[in-house]
Design a protein around this ligand. Structure first.
Ligand code: ADP
Ligand code: ZN
Length: 433
């Protein structure tokens, strides 16, 4: 099912024309109303009248997270504050929070873009949608709430209630779709097993997860534990919140809502635009937002674009699932790796529980990576220490073979690694300077 077929399946040429018109209008507004953009365009000698095609976008300067932090709280807003009806802020995962504002029209569009996300996952007005995202400054809770109401679903704003309460709600309220972080969904799944609640006793069919990177292996585990179909969705506060990109039933890349944002992928160091299939940093330009428009915003998120049309009928470009953030990339003795690549391996190892933490230290002047991996109940019953040691070695060898990084693997007792409480999980602890 497609929520806005007219836009989601638009002919590419028509879409580009629409993007250009909306881009030009946005440029005019930000140049007039936001001192930062006037200065940065003037400094580069950019004449916005000369932006005559989407290809001209690359003449415009980038906007960085630091630029947004420097404008704390309201300097990037492009409308008078009386027209702002909602304020949110980033979670602050990678630095000081950034404050964003929405006009009434922004809120309406936001809801319709989240409605696309839900509809693409097959969620309808018949569904009971449990939103286990924090309702607050974080955009996840309210973003999904408005979208789910828009499609007429029965919305259960369970927010960050205790996980046991979430399970009671899942069961008793007959929840059919769960919205949360993937880490939290896994936490719920593992607890169901422990409480001997078989997923067949639930009514759950779909899950939409995002807000943090997750691997295909984690998707498989969540699907198995909850007996659902799990969909990825991507969003960020600066650009909108949830509703930027979403999976369709093909679940092979996330469609970007290109009639509202223009997406580019650039080389993270040279900042040169990259072609389809080339991995780099995602850059977004918003083209309909009034309160907090963004021009060429560098997200720090790593992905690539998929050109081929999608079997689902949408013509919106797809981005691959996020590999990680540039700020999350672990550099150990000159080797680069994203936590998700490690996750993929750990979750594929039979006998490990899906809970882990990566610790970076400096030992005798050298970087050292230690991975604390929780034992599954099954493995915990191996009484033979040698078996456990061998397993640690096997995991370490596989990481070295596939990622070229030497890591000390340390099996830890069940239930000793922190579980998601609904927010983003801290997977990596860097104890180096
Ligand atoms: P913060 O940047 O402080 O975490 P947000 O709450 O706005 O603030 O989070 C947005 C970020 O979350 C994105 O830039 C991205 O790094 C991450 N993210 C969101 N959705 C996904 C997803 N589906 N896969 C991977 N990462 C995601
Ligand atoms: Zn598709």
């Amino acid at each position: 099912m497609i929520y806005s077929r007219e836009y989601e399946s638009m002919l590419r040429e028509d879409l580009e024309q629409l993007q250009l018109e909306r881009l030009q209008a946005t440029l005019n507004r930000v140049y007039r109303n936001v001192a930062f953009y006037k200065q940065s365009f003037d400094r580069l000698g950019v004449d916005i009248e000369k932006i005559k095609g989407i290809g001209d976008l690359k003449q415009l300067p980038f906007t960085t997270k630091d630029d947004l932090r420097d404008s704390y709280p309201y300097d990037m807003f492009a409308v008078p504050l009386r027209d702002i009806v909602r304020i949110h802020s980033t979670s602050g995962t990678t630095g000081n929070p950034i404050v964003v504002g929405y006009t009434r029209n922004d809120i309406t569009i936001w809801a319709s873009l989240v409605a696309r996300v839900l509809t693409a996952a097959g969620i309808t007005s018949q569904d009971f949608v449990q939103i286990a995202f924090h309702y607050g400054l974080f955009t996840g809770g309210f973003g999904f709430h408005y979208g789910a109401e828009k499609i007429g679903a029965s919305v259960i704003p369970s927010s960050t209630e205790d996980v046991r309460k979430q399970i009671t709600i899942l069961k008793d309220y007959k929840t059919s779709a769960l919205i949360s972080t993937p880490g939290y969904a896994l936490h719920i799944g593992v607890l169901l097993e422990e409480q001997k609640i078989h997923p067949e006793q639930l009514f759950l069919k779909k899950g939409i997860f995002g807000a943090e990177p997750w691997s295909e292996s984690l998707r498989a585990q969540i699907e198995e534990k909850l007996h659902i179909e799990a969909y990825d969705n991507y969003g960020l506060t600066e650009v909108l919140g949830p509703g930027v990109a979403f999976e369709c039933p093909q679940r092979d890349g996330l469609h970007v809502n290109e009639d509202h944002v223009i997406v580019e992928v650039v080389h993270p160091e040279t900042l040169e635009p990259l072609g389809y299939g080339e991995e780099g940093e995602l850059v977004f330009t918003t083209i309909t937002k009034q309160g907090f428009p963004l021009i060429r915003f560098r997200t720090g998120d790593i992905s690539s674009l998929i050109e081929a049309p999608c079997k689902c009928g949408r013509t919106l470009v797809r981005m691959k699932r996020i590999t990680g953030r540039t700020d999350d990339m672990i550099i150990v003795e000159g080797n680069n790796v994203f936590p998700m690549q490690i996750e993929q391996i750990l979750l594929d190892m039979k006998g490990a529980a899906p809970h882990y933490q990566i610790i970076l230290k400096r030992e005798e002047g050298l970087d050292a990576m230690q991975i604390n991996l929780e034992l599954s109940e099954k493995l915990a019953s191996f009484d033979e220490i040698r078996g456990l040691q061998k397993f640690e070695e096997e995991v370490g060898e596989r990481i070295y073979r596939e990622l070229g990084i030497r890591a000390g693997v340390n099996l830890v007792e069940p239930m000793t690694i922190r579980r998601s409480e609904g927010g983003k999980l801290e997977r990596v602890i860097d104890l180096r300077d």
